[in-house]
Write a protein that binds this ligand. Structure first.
Ligand code: IPM
Ligand code: MN
Length: 358
C-alpha cells in the first residue's frame, strides 16, 4: 500500500517524538511492503517564526493532498507569558482542526500492568481500566464568538452546538461502544447549560437505534470525580469540546503518564494523529521525552488505513518496551532510556517480530 503522510512536527519535543514515530512507521513499511511518503510542513511557533502564521496556507495544502496528518505538538512559553499576544501557536492547531473538519477526537486510555505502580491512583482502583474519550473538536466554546466589550472590562466566549454537530460525533461513539463493552457515558452539564440539554436530547434519541448499548448520563463535575474514584466503570465517554479537553487530561493520569496517550482526530476531509501531550518545552532537544504517545498515534493512523495487523504489531512492540523497562524517565526513573533509544527498540522489535496475521 502507498500512502502520503503530512508531517507537522511543530514545537518543543514535537520533532523528537515524531522522528521516533516515523522510524517505527518505516520499520512497518519495510516489513509489510508498504510505501509511506512523508511531506514535512510548518506548524505552531516555528511557523510563526518563519512565516508569521501558526498554520500557513502551504501547510494546509500539504495536509489536503495527503492521506493523513502526523502531528507533533505546538506551543512555546514565550507566548504563554504574553496574554495580549495576537498570534499564538495554539491558533494553528485550532485552525487545522476547523479547516480539515476534524470534529471527532478519539483518545484511548489503556493501562499497562507493568506500569500500575506509576499511577498516582491506587492499584485496585485502576487495574483493568480501559476507556476511550470521544471529544467533539470543532465546536462549542472553543469556536464560538469571543471578544471584549465595555472598554475591555468584560470578556465573553460563546458556546453553541447544533444537532448535526452532536449527531456526527455521537454516531462513531455509539459504534465504538457497540464494538467494545457496550457502554456509552455522555458527559455534560445539563443541569446548567442549554447546549448540554441539546446534547442529551440528541443522544437520548439516538440511543434507541443502539438498544445493545447501555447509555449513562453524567454531569461533568461528577464525571471528574468518578474518573478518579472508579475509572473502571467507563467504556466510551462522549462529550463536548471543552469538557473533553479537561476529562482526557485527567484520564491520562490513570495510565501513569501523559506521555503514553495517543489520539486520532477524524474528519470530513482527512484525519490527523497526534500525541495528547503538549510541546513540553523544558524537555525540548534533550532526548528525554516519551515517544510512545507519538508512536501509538502512528498506530492509530495505520488503523485508519485499515492496516490492522501493522497497527497491532506496533502496539505489541510498545508493550514489550514498557514491560522490559526500555522507557523514558516519566515511567522509568530508576534506569531511564532516551527518546531515541526507545524509538530504536520499538522499531527493531517491529522489524524482527514475526508478522501478526489475521
Ligand atoms: C489538546 C490541547 C489543545 C486543546 C490546545 C493546545 C489548544 O490542550 O489537544 O487537548 O485545548 O484542545
Ligand atoms: Mn488538552
Amino acid at each position: 500500500m502507498k500512502k502520503k503522510i503530512a508531517v507537522l512536527s511543530g514545537d518543543g519535543i514535537g520533532p523528537e517524538v515524531v522522528a521516533q514515530a516515523i522510524k517505527v512507521l518505516n520499520a512497518i513499511a519495510g516489513k509489510y511492503n508498504h510505501t509511506f511518503e512523508y511531506t514535512e510542513a510548518l506548524a505552531g511557533a516555528i511557523a510563526i517564526d518563519v512565516t508569521g502564521n501558526p498554520m500557513p496556507d502551504e501547510t494546509l495544502k500539504v495536509c489536503l493532498e495527503s492521506d493523513a496528518i502526523l502531528f507533533g505538538a505546538i506551543g512555546d512559553p514565550k507566548y504563554d507569558n504574553d496574554p495580549n499576544a495576537k498570534v499564538r501557536p495554539e491558533q494553528g492547531l485550532l485552525k487545522i482542526r476547523k479547516e480539515m473538519g476534524l470534529f471527532c477526537n478519539i483518545r484511548p486510555v489503556t493501562t499497562y500492568d507493568s506500569l500500575i505502580d506509576k499511577s498516582p491512583l491506587k492499584e485496585d482502583r485502576i487495574k483493568g481500566a480501559d476507556l476511550v474519550v470521544y471529544r467533539e473538536l470543532t465546536g462549542g466554546i472553543y469556536f464560538g464568538e469571543k471578544g471584549r466589550k465595555n472598554n475591555d472590562t468584560t470578556a465573553y466566549d460563546n458556546c453553541e452546538y447544533s444537532v448535526i454537530e452532536i449527531e456526527r460525533i455521537a454516531k462513531p461513539a455509539f459504534e465504538a461502544a457497540r464494538a467494545r463493552r457496550k457502554k456509552l457515558t455522555l458527559v455534560d452539564k445539563a443541569n446548567v447549560l442549554e447546549t448540554s440539554r441539546l446534547w442529551r436530547d440528541v443522544v437520548k434519541k439516538m440511543a434507541s437505534e443502539y438498544p445493545d448499548v447501555e447509555v449513562d448520563y453524567l454531569f461533568v463535575d461528577n464525571a471528574a470525580m468518578q474518573m478518579i474514584v472508579n475509572p473502571v466503570q467507563f467504556d466510551v465517554i462522549l462529550t463536548e469540546n471543552m469538557f473533553g479537553d479537561i476529562i482526557s487530561d485527567e484520564a491520562s493520569v490513570i495510565t501513569g503518564s501523559l506521555g503514553l496517550l495517543a489520539s486520532a482526530s477524524m474528519g470530513a476531509k482527512t484525519a490527523m494523529f497526534e500525541p495528547c501531550h503538549g510541546s513540553y518545552p523544558q524537555a525540548a532537544g534533550k532526548n528525554v521525552a516519551n515517544p510512545v504517545a507519538a508512536i501509538l498515534s502512528a498506530a492509530m493512523m495505520l488503523d485508519h488505513f485499515q492496516l490492522f495487523d501493522e497497527a497491532n504489531c506496533i502496539r505489541k512492540a510498545v508493550k514489550k518496551s514498557i514491560d522490559e523497562g526500555i522507557a523514558t524517565v516519566d515511567i522509568n526513573n530508576q534506569n531511564p532510556k532516551n527518546t531515541s533509544t526507545v524509538g530504536d527498540y520499538i522499531a527493531k522489535f517491529v522489524g524482527e517480530s514475526s508478522s501478526v496475521t489475521a
